[in-house]
Design a protein around this ligand. Structure first.
Ligand SMILES: [Zn+2]
Ligand SMILES: [Zn+2]
Length: 253
């Protein structure tokens, strides 16, 4: 046992390692019980935006919004539904400052990209740059960090791709989306983002990272300005996907 291991073993005696989500004793920051309650989005789902279909009524491979071409990104995927321990983990990470969750949550994103069922659409080798969805400066000041940047940092690191948090800027302060109608939601994010460094993304494929996909409007708006700046392809990846219809629990987006 070297000095560092000895130090960490001593720390474990004083602060026994526990799951950062449920508080149970666990060597992992996100314990096995919590991990087991994560619900991956099962097929059938929209091949473009990843929205899950009701298996009984699924018709075609695109959802209504994608058939209307409502989104500007090429593909969006979420690792799981915004329920159970994953939802709790995201809340703990984002609102209660459990920054240590960066590691297991970031790992979930990389594992998702590399899993055999998503490799074809996620194209692990095809991303040139990893870009986080920026948080408004005022909100980042209050929170002390941007959760999407922490996640993107892990993904970029694991995949050996450049991280470019300086490419997208968030200007106008947007209202929380939760109480708005679909049309208001689209207006609410329109003009909220700008591309600061078009040369960093022109002709490139961007992997855009955020924590939760709710309406898709934020990701779509980021994709719109990126495409306008010449980005060739925008693939979005989030930890979870919540439905604006059933997610009424005021997660304070
Ligand atoms: Zn746990
Ligand atoms: Zn869709």
């Amino acid at each position: 046992m070297n000095l560092r291991e000895l130090g960490s073993a001593a720390l474990d005696l004083v602060f026994p390692p526990k799951c950062q989500v449920c508080g149970q004793f666990s060597a992992e920051l996100f314990c096995d019980t919590c991990r087991a309650s994560v619900s991956p989005i099962q097929p059938p789902f929209c091949r473009r935006c990843g929205r899950a279909f009701d298996p009984k009524s699924a018709a075609g491979s695109l959802c209504g919004e994608c058939r209307r071409d409502a989104f500007h990104f090429d593909i969006a995927r979420a690792t799981a539904t915004h329920t159970g321990a994953l939802r709790k983990a995201i809340i703990a990470f984002k609102f209660y400052g459990r920054r240590r969750l960066q590691q297991p949550l970031g790992q979930m994103l990389t594992d998702f990209i590399n899993q055999p069922t998503s490799r074809e659409r996620m194209d692990p080798a095809g991303h040139d740059v990893v870009v986080p969805v920026p948080l408004h400066e005022a909100r980042e000041r209050v929170r002390g960090f941007n959760q999407s940047l922490l996640l993107a940092e892990r993904v970029a690191d694991d995949m050996g791709r450049p991280l470019r948090p300086d490419v997208l800027l968030r200007g106008r302060h947007t209202q929380p989306q939760i109480d708005l109608t679909p049309a208001q939601r689209r207006d609410n994010v329109r003009g909220a983002f700008a591309v600061a460094l078009p040369e960093a993304v022109a002709g490139r494929a961007v992997l855009l990272i955020d924590d939760v996909f709710t309406t898709g409007n934020t990701l779509s708006e980021c994709a719109r300005v990126l495409k306008r700046a010449g980005t060739a392809r925008v693939v979005c990846l989030t930890l979870s996907r919540s439905s604006p219809d059933w997610d009424k629990d005021r997660d304070l987006f």
